[in-house]
Design a protein around this ligand. Structure first.
Ligand SMILES: Nc1nc2c(ncn2[C@@H]2O[C@H](COP(=O)(O)OP(=O)(O)OP(=O)(O)O)[C@@H](O)[C@H]2O)c(=O)[nH]1
Ligand SMILES: [Zn+2]
Length: 225
């Protein structure tokens, strides 16, 4: 994809529904380097970090780590930063006139906390009410995964998922709840292994108390929002 198209794509994401606060802070030159160029630079950076910590990078087990981490950042953990990886949300006409709520629950979330670069692991529950368009079920999981593969805060991730589905489905009637553990809270710092974080975004009809309740009942949440 050409850089102009990519920037256009980002602007388009910004325009429609996604408020500026729901965008990951990206530099203007974010996509000027190829993935291969980024991997080569990050490999050197990780090498320097480990060397500074005093590790012997000639060691057989460690010597592949800088490249391994660089590839993981670019191709896996943070792959969703690049708009070229945005999933195509195949939509269909709702010819069968299903008018009730559709809930895709227990979608696995693996993301990364942007403050500590430690994992966020949990579940997302996504729901929408069709206004004539339906989306392929797996596309909801793919949209969650795409936005999760970025340095994130959970609030922004939740909002981005809703905004993307609102755009694909042409309706505001979309909601998302995420319940996730942040390893920066569980494994370091306060080291609270039990706590998890719940975030929600309720668009359109989901702001209605009864509709919200129906959704929360489907996902077995007693939490009052
Ligand atoms: N709102 C929000 N905060 C997050 C998220 N992920 C991590 N954090 C918090 O970001 C904060 C960063 O605070 P700092 O005080 O700069 O970091 P720190 O000194 O490592 O803080 P401690 O984690 O309390 O040791 C921490 O309180 C994290 O728990 C998230 O998704 N949303
Ligand atoms: Zn953190």
């Amino acid at each position: 994809m050409k850089i102009d198209n990519i920037l256009e794509n980002i602007e388009e994401i910004g325009d429609n529904h996604v408020s500026s606060s729901a965008e990951n802070p990206l530099r203007k030159d974010a996509f000027e380097k190829t993935d291969e160029e980024k991997i080569a630079i990050i490999q050197q950076d990780v090498h320097n970090i480990l060397k500074t910590l005093g590790l012997d990078l000639e060691d057989d087990s460690l010597k592949g780590t800088p490249l391994r981490v660089a590839k993981m950042f670019v191709n896996e953990s943070f792959a969703g930063l690049h708009p070229k990886r945005k999933p195509k949300a195949s939509v269909f006409q709702n010819n069968y006139k299903y008018g009730e709520m559709l809930v895709e629950k227990n979608i696995t979330v693996y993301s990364t906390c942007e403050h500590h670069l430690l994992p966020i692991v949990g579940r997302a529950h996504v729901a929408y009410i069709s206004n004539g368009t339906v989306v392929g079920l797996s596309k909801m999981n793919r949209i969650v995964d795409y936005y999760a593969k970025r340095p994130q805060v959970q609030e922004r991730l939740t909002m981005q998922i809703v905004a993307e589905l609102q755009k694909a489905l042409g309706t505001d009637d979309v909601a998302c709840v995420i319940d996730a553990k942040h390893l920066c809270v569980n494994s370091r710092g306060i080291r609270d292994i039990e706590s998890s974080t719940v975030t929600s975004e309720f668009g359109g009809k989901f702001k209605d108390k009864n509709i919200k309740r129906e959704f929360l009942d489907y996902i077995n949440m007693d939490t009052e929002f």
